[in-house]
Write a protein that binds this ligand. Sequence first.
Ligand code: ZN
Length: 81
Amino acid sequence: MPTYSYRCTECSNAFDIVQAFTDDTLTVCPTCGGPLRKLFNTVGVTFNGSGFYRTDSRPAASSSPAPAPAATTSTSSSSDS
Ligand SMILES: [Zn+2]
C-alpha cells in the first residue's frame, strides 16, 4: 500500500498516510479543516516527471481515436445470383 504525503495549505500541517489506490484522496486538513495538497514524494509509488499536479495538464497525445475493430461481421460469402 502506498504512502501518501499531504500538506495543508493553511496551517502547513504535513503528514503521511497509508492509503490504498481505491481510497479517496484526502482534501481536508484534519487539524484546521483547510485544503490539503497532495505531495507526490511518496514511498512505493514512482511518478515519472518532475513537479506536482502533472495529472491536470496532460498533453494531447491522443490524436486519432482508434475505433473498435468490427468483430467478424457475418460475411455472407458466395452470394451468386
Ligand atoms: Zn491545516
